[in-house]
Design a protein around this ligand. Structure first.
Ligand code: MC0
Length: 151
């Protein structure tokens, strides 16, 4: 099988973030900042994804650390709403950073992996995102993230 030239041996750059489903964003932020000592780096509402979210980091100088994403549902029938209903609060997704999401999606499709969207959609802070179905990733919802231009 021929591998497209744009894709290096490694598809993923690093773990970008880990997403936690939470019923109440402000309450979850309080726990993660006041008890665990994380800092809120970014907060936004993503209507299309049906989430209100916050990205947390250590804030430490020079720290190159995956972030923690808190995800609260805007509506019960959203992905996070359904997840909370079925599984309760907890780890909902693992997000890998990529440099070229179109190329990575092409390679994964060639390797028989189902992606949820035909084309990447808008993620946090103008990023482009897609997801590997958990059934094709050993029970883990994998998000692919190409960072936005502002990063
Ligand atoms: C469902 N399943 C999961 C799962 N969600 N397994 C592991 N982790 C998860 N998060 C399992 C179910 O238990 C079920 O297993 C099987 O997958 C199929 O379930 P389903 O009935 O299709 O479940 P749905 O309707 O809840 O849909 C699951 C699906 C959905 C992954 C397709 O959640 C989705 O479209 N997710 C992508 C979008 C998303 O998560 N957005 C929120 C984050 P059994 O064994 O019972 O058959 S937004 C975000 O992350 C953005 C803002 C960003 O980072 O930039």
């Amino acid at each position: 099988m021929e591998t497209p030239a744009a894709v290096p041996d490694h598809l993923f750059v690093c773990v970008d973030h880990v997403g936690l489903a939470v019923p109440d964003l402000d309450e979850a932020i309080r726990f993660h900042t006041e008890v665990l000592g994380w800092r809120v780096l970014h907060r936004e509402t993503n209507e299309e994804q049906g989430v209100e979210e916050a990205m947390l980091g250590t804030g430490a100088q020079g720290a190159e650390n995956a972030q923690i994403q808190l995800l609260a549902p805007l509506r019960p029938e959203s992905a996070i709403g359904k997840f909370l209903d079925r599984s309760g609060p907890g780890l909902q997704q693992l997000a890998y950073r990529v440099t070229d999401i179109d190329a990575v999606c092409t390679v994964l499709r060639e390797r028989g992996v189902r992606l949820l969207y035909d084309e990447p959609r808008r993620g946090t802070a103008g990023s482009r995102i897609n997801f590997v179905h958990p059934k094709d990733a050993k029970g883990v919802l994998l998000e692919l993230v190409e960072q936005g231009a502002g990063h």
